[in-house]
Design a protein around this ligand. Structure first.
Ligand code: GDD
Ligand code: MN
Length: 372
């Protein structure tokens, strides 16, 4: 029996550092990354936690194979969920090390700088050490093209306007922090989109002391970037959420935006059916059905992206959504008529009816259809 097993209170050699790596379809990058960490963190007690969202390319299988040979490798596979930030949060919550480091799983971050990030947190008294491409010695050469450079620069400027600390690279996804700092901020995180560092800095109950460490950003060799229009939208939503200090649920904002698109589509379809000679009830019914289907698809892909329904559950969800919205529409008209008869102005009556319908639709669809 080993010493550790003989005395339960003994130090068993758990890791000091957890490197949390969000990954989606990165099967070819897993083994090279573990080899790079092995070199970069030689002489330290570390573990790596790959958080994969059940990638179809077999990323989790590759992680498990490595984990069987190397106890420093751990995997966390999330089923039916997506998102870089939320993956990092769950990986970090699974750690009991004192230092948490976060890096991408595609070898774009310069692993040789990981030691410097950890040292900065361990010895220089800062709360968070950030790998920066925009301080002397850093480089952003690996960004794919001029468009990505422009996007990154624009995002940095926007983030700097809302950040309470000065930071040259708030869009970085390569950083290290103490576990207690993460624990304090974790319940306040939005967990939306790609920018987990920004989320941490904007959500912390107290201003965090940040140090920047110059880092390079390499070009991606295997696999592809997951940045798309939706991720950019989520970045804007994160900024909005933080500016509103969380009093306006982000999902509700998205739900209302999608709903207003639905209103526009409803009117457009109604008008085109009318212009083709259709009766008013036919035009109204057609507009409503098209708008409801479109709203459901958009909500399923944007508002509730992390709980997306597929296959038969999509069809069931659509039917339930149409039922919920129809009840909302009846209530809308009913309340508006009641208030109008009680001599409220037409505008006040319509607005009150519409607010009631939106809140009803949101409350019921988020608890029954997508189960937040
Ligand atoms: N689990 C999980 N779920 N991981 C994800 C998801 C997801 O939905 N989406 C992306 N990832 C993983 C990728 O597999 C990769 O390991 C890492 O997150 C970064 O994703 P990329 O798609 O490679 O992002 P990028 O290179 O375009 O963007 C990165 O830009 C910054 C620099 O501007 C960022 O996300 C940063 O981390 C990075 O520092
Ligand atoms: Mn990348």
């Amino acid at each position: 029996m080993s010493d550790a097993a003989a005395s339960p209170g003994a130090v068993c050699g758990g890791p000091d550092i957890s490197v949390i790596i969000p990954c989606y379809n990165e099967v070819r990058n897993i083994a090279p990354l573990v080899a790079a960490l092995d070199r970069a963190l030689a002489g330290r007690r570390w573990e790596v936690v790959f958080v994969d969202d059940n990638s179809p390319d077999g990323t989790t299988h590759a992680v498990r194979q490595l984990a069987q040979k190397d106890a420093r490798v751990r995997g966390l596979c999330r089923v039916g969920r997506r998102g870089l930030s939320s993956a990092v949060i769950e990986g970090a919550l699974s750690s009991s090390a004192q230092i948490i480091a976060v890096m991408d799983g595609d070898l774009q971050h310069d692993d040789t700088r990981l030691g410097a990030l950890i040292d900065a947190v361990q010895s220089s008294g800062c709360d968070v050490a950030v790998g920066s491409r925009h301080v002397e010695g850093g480089s952003n050469a690996g960004l794919a093209n001029a468009w990505r450079h422009a996007l990154s620069d624009g995002g940095i400027k926007l983030a700097q306007m809302v950040l309470p600390v000065r930071l040259s690279d708030p869009m970085s996804g390569f950083f290290a922090l103490r576990q207690d700092v993460f624990e304090a901020v974790a319940p306040r995180l939005s967990g939306t989109g790609f920018k987990i560092l920004l989320d941490i800095l904007l959500s912390s109950p107290k201003p965090l002391r940040v140090r920047e460490v110059p880092c390079g950003f390499r070009a991606r060799v295997a696999g592809e970037s997951k940045l798309d229009a939706l991720v950019m939208l989520q970045f804007l939503a994160l900024m909005l959420d933080k500016l509103c200090r969380g009093w306006l649920p982000l999902r509700f904002v998205a739900f209302c935006l999608v709903g207003s698109i639905g209103v526009g589509v409803n009117l457009a379809v109604m008008q085109s059916i009318r212009s083709m000679g259709g009766d008013f009830p036919v035009a109204q019914g057609g507009g409503t059905v098209v708008a409801m289907i479109l709203n459901f698809v958009l909500d399923n892909n944007i508002t509730y992206r992390d709980k997306r329904l597929r296959g038969m559950r999509f069809m069931g969800g659509l039917l339930a959504f149409m039922l919920v919205c129809s009840i909302g529409a009846v209530a809308n008209v009913g309340v508006a008529q009641m208030l109008f008869q009680a001599h409220e102005g037409l505008t006040q009556a319509s607005v009150a009816g519409a607010i009631l319908a939106v809140v009803w639709n949101y409350a019921v669809s988020s608890t029954l259809i997508w189960r937040v």
